[in-house]
Unconditional design. Structure first.
Length: 108
């Protein structure tokens, strides 16, 4: 991950509706969520939702898959893990300051 990727990802998440969409997708896990369900659960209009999903996808935080007539969106957990890793790299100048913890949703 490079500086430009990090800025793009953080900019995408720095908007309330997009943050809500991303968090909903994280909760959904591998099942993913259709835009219809997102509009129902979040109360975001279809046009606005489409714009927000495009921004999250462009930032590499969300994937889109066609399943028949439906689109399924999923959070890219690997991308958010990379972002967190980038932000915390070289924490405390390499000294142990916090217990080792990782966000690992590979078994979700």
């Amino acid at each position: 991950m490079n500086d430009a990727d990090v800025v793009k990802a953080l900019a995408a998440l720095a908007q309330e509706s997009r943050l809500k969409v991303f968090r909903l997708l994280v909760v959904a896990g591998l099942e993913g969520v259709t835009p219809g369900r997102m509009t129902e659960e979040l109360g975001i209009g279809a046009t606005s939702l489409s714009f927000h999903l495009k921004e999250l996808t462009h930032a590499g935080l969300v994937t889109q898959e066609r399943a028949g007539r439906h689109l399924i969106y999923r959070a890219r957990i690997d991308a958010i893990n990379n972002l967190i890793g980038f932000l915390t790299a070289n924490c405390c100048a390499g000294q142990a300051c916090l217990p080792e913890t990782t966000l690992d949703c590979t078994n979700c």
